[in-house]
Design a protein around this ligand. Structure first.
Ligand SMILES: Nc1ncnc2c1ncn2[C@@H]1O[C@H](COP(=O)(O)OP(=O)(O)OP(=O)(O)O)[C@@H](O)[C@H]1O
Ligand SMILES: [Mg+2]
Length: 222
C-alpha cells in the first residue's frame, strides 16, 4: 500500500546542502502499523510530510495505493490528502472558532459530504474517543489530552486508508499519552487503517507491527 523507494530529501541553506533523508526505502502493507523513532532533527517530520503529500522528495519515489506522490500535481495531492490521509500533528491544529464536533466534521464536509451526515459521523467518533460530554466545547475549553483525542477523531472522519501521526503524545503527561496512544491504535485497528507514527516516545514502539529508527538520514529496522 505504501512503497517508499530510495527516497532522499535535501534542503539548501545558502551554499550549503543539507542531506536530511538519504536513500530511504520502506514498504508498508495495508492495515499495518509502523513507528519511526529518531532524535530531534533526524528528519521524522520531513519523512511524514513526504508520505502525506505535503512536500516533494528530492529524489526517489513514494507510491501510496498506486498514486505516485513525487510526480502528482498539486491538485491530485490535495485530493489525496483530503480523501485518503488522516493527519495528527504534535500540536493538534484544531480550529479555535469551531467546537469539537465541528472540528471533527470539517474534513468530511469539505470533501463534499452532506452536513447532517458528517455531523452524525463526528458524533459517533467523539463518543468513541470518550468525549461525549465535550462535543460543544471549543478547543480553548478542552485539556491537551482532550484536544488530542479530538484530533484523533478528526483524522478518522473520512475513513482514511492511511493515518499519519507526528508526535501524537508529544505534549502530554504519561497517563494521557497512554490514553491517546491506546485510542489511536484501537481505532486504526478497528477501521483497518494503515498507521505511521513518528515520535521520540520509545514506549510507542512496542505497540506497532514494525519499528524503524531514523539515524543520520537512514532508516534502521529495529
Ligand atoms: N525548509 C527547511 N529548510 C532547511 N532545513 C530544514 C527545513 N525543514 C527542516 N529542515 C531541517 O531538517 C532537519 C529535520 O527536520 P525535521 O523537522 O524533519 O526533524 P524531526 O526529526 O521531526 O525533529 P523533531 O523531533 O524535533 O520534531 C532539521 O535539522 C531541520 O533544521
Ligand atoms: Mg518533528
Amino acid at each position: 500500500m505504501v512503497v517508499i523507494d530510495s527516497v532522499g530529501k535535501l534542503y539548501k541553506n545558502g551554499p550549503e546542502e543539507l542531506h536530511i533523508l538519504q536513500s530511504i526505502s520502506m514498504t508498508l502493507q495495508k492495515g499495518k502499523t509502523v513507528v519511526i523513532t529518531g532524535e530531534s532533527g533526524s528528519g521524522k517530520s520531513t519523512l511524514l510530510n513526504l508520505i502525506g503529500g505535503l512536500d516533494y522528495p528530492s529524489y526517489g519515489s513514494i507510491t501510496v495505493e498506486g498514486l505516485h506522490i513525487e510526480t502528482a500535481s498539486e491538485e491530485k495531492l490535495s485530493n489525496y490528502r483530503n480523501r485518503h490521509v488522516g493527519f495528527i500533528f504534535q500540536f493538534h491544529y484544531l480550529m479555535k472558532d469551531f467546537n469539537a464536533r465541528e472540528n471533527v466534521m470539517l474534513p468530511a464536509f469539505m470533501g463534499g459530504e452532506r452536513r447532517q451526515h458528517a455531523l452524525e459521523r463526528a458524533d459517533h467518533l467523539l463518543d468513541q474517543v470518550g468525549l461525549e460530554k465535550r462535543k460543544d466545547f471549543h478547543p480553548s475549553k478542552l485539556s491537551g489530552g482532550e484536544r488530542q483525542r479530538v484530533a484523533v477523531a478528526r483524522a478518522l472522519i473520512n475513513s482514511p486508508k492511511l493515518v499519519l501521526a507526528d508526535e501524537p503524545t508529544g505534549n502530554l503527561d504519561e497517563g494521557h499519552s497512554k490514553v491517546v496512544a491506546d485510542l489511536l491504535f484501537e481505532l486504526t485497528e478497528q477501521y483497518q487503517t494503515t498507521l505511521v507514527v513518528v515520535t521520540h516516545d520509545m514506549s510507542l514502539s512496542t505497540k506497532t507491527d514494525i519499528h524503524y529508527h531514523l539515524r543520520e538520514g537512514r532508516l534502521e529496522e529495529q
